[in-house]
Design a protein around this ligand. Structure first.
Ligand code: HEC
Length: 319
């Protein structure tokens, strides 16, 4: 247990260091898709304070919620018993269910695993472990943590976790809203959180923000998100999915009718920021290899603005 605590302490210090390095490195235009760690919890909140989330009778101490080695399960009645790697990380590493939440809803800074093919999930973990799949920005916290976790997990546990997540129904929690200006936000916990201040012109980006940052930080799987997108993005995206961009292959050809999955994974209703990051990753070869080659051809001719439009449209579809 002492060993476990030491490891977690190390991971936490390391995450904070990465967060600081990352904040300093935010320079290029497309960094909007990689919000930093920022200041997560109010400094005044004591670690032993016990809190809850709406609709759950469970109460948990803040310190327990911050301990990434075990899933924070507010709603155990909503899913079957958690497989070991989902519930608890091996040797002090993060639990899959901590980052991706117990039913695999995921969060904008990682991925929703619910409803993805089990083989696809296992293959991605193997690609992270082998170095075939890397982060677009190698020092962005969530991907670095995923790579560490992939390297410390064994294929049998990953396969059981993948089967479990695959069988969970995916529920879309994001509402896409077209705007000219967004509410004032700041990067916190690898997403955007509302803060006081006048509206800000959206420019060319997506600003995805939990409806309640407090519930987000407590890892409530039912928290909703608003994805602010540039005005006209959804209609432009609808035209692009049909034409398939420069590659000329409609997205539905591989991602299935209503984008609910086919040769490629389901996309409807998933985090638009996450989808843009993946399109950037295919284009930049951060995601590479035989399985990614179809997407490299699709993503390479896309401009960042087109990626935003595609993601806005796909996120607005219901799964
Ligand atoms: C020729 C088939 C094909 C076409 C056409 C295609 N995709 Fe894909 N897509 C795939 C495959 C296969 C994968 C999984 C790649 C892997 O295993 O690494 C994928 C993965 C993705 C992912 C990553 C999902 C995730 O979370 O891991 C996104 C986002 C995506 N595609 C978006 C699109 C969009 C947008 C279009 C249309 C512009 C499109 N795709 C067209 C085959 C295709």
């Amino acid at each position: 247990m002492a060993h476990r605590r030491r490891l977690v302490g190390l991971i936490t210090v390391w995450t904070l260091a990465l967060g600081a390095a990352w904040a300093a490195a935010l320079t290029s235009e497309r960094d909007w898709a990689f919000p930093g760690l920022g200041t997560i919890s109010p400094k005044t909140a004591p670690a032993n304070q016990v809190v809850g989330v709406p609709g759950s009778t469970t109460r948990k101490a803040r310190a327990r919620i911050a301990d990434g080695t075990a899933a924070v399960d507010w709603r155990p009645a909503e899913h079957p018993p958690l497989p070991p790697a989902v519930a608890r990380g091996a040797a002090g590493a993060y639990a899959c269910g901590y980052r991706h939440l117990p039913s695999g809803e995921g969060r904008p800074e990682n991925a929703s695993l619910a409803g993805l093919p089990a083989q696809y999930i296992s293959r991605q973990v193997a690609a992270f472990a082998s170095g075939e799949r890397v982060g677009m920005h190698p020092d962005w916290g969530p991907v670095s943590l995923m790579i560490q976790t992939a390297k410390s997990s064994n294929p049998k546990d990953v396969a059981a976790a993948a089967r479990y997540f695959s069988a969970r129904p995916f529920v879309a929690r994001v509402t896409v809203v077209e705007v000219v200006a967004t509410p004032a936000v700041t990067a916190r916990g690898y997403v955007y959180a509302r803060q006081a201040g006048p509206p800000v012109p959206i420019g060319r980006k997506i600003v995805e923000t939990p409806v309640s940052f407090e519930r987000f930080e407590r890892r409530d799987p039912h928290v909703g998100y608003i994805a602010y997108v540039p005005a006209g993005a959804v209609a432009r995206g609808a035209a692009l999915v049909a034409s398939g961009g420069a590659e000329g292959q409609p997205c539905a050809m591989c991602h299935g009718g209503a984008y609910r999955g086919g040769l490629g994974p389901p996309l409807a209703g998933r985090s638009p920021t996450g989808m843009v990051r993946q399109l950037m990753a295919f284009k930049s070869s951060a995601r590479r290899g035989a399985d990614a080659s179809a997407m490299a051809a699709v993503a390479t001719p896309l401009s960042e603005g087109q990626m935003i439009d595609l993601a806005a449209y796909l996120a607005s579809r219901r799964p």
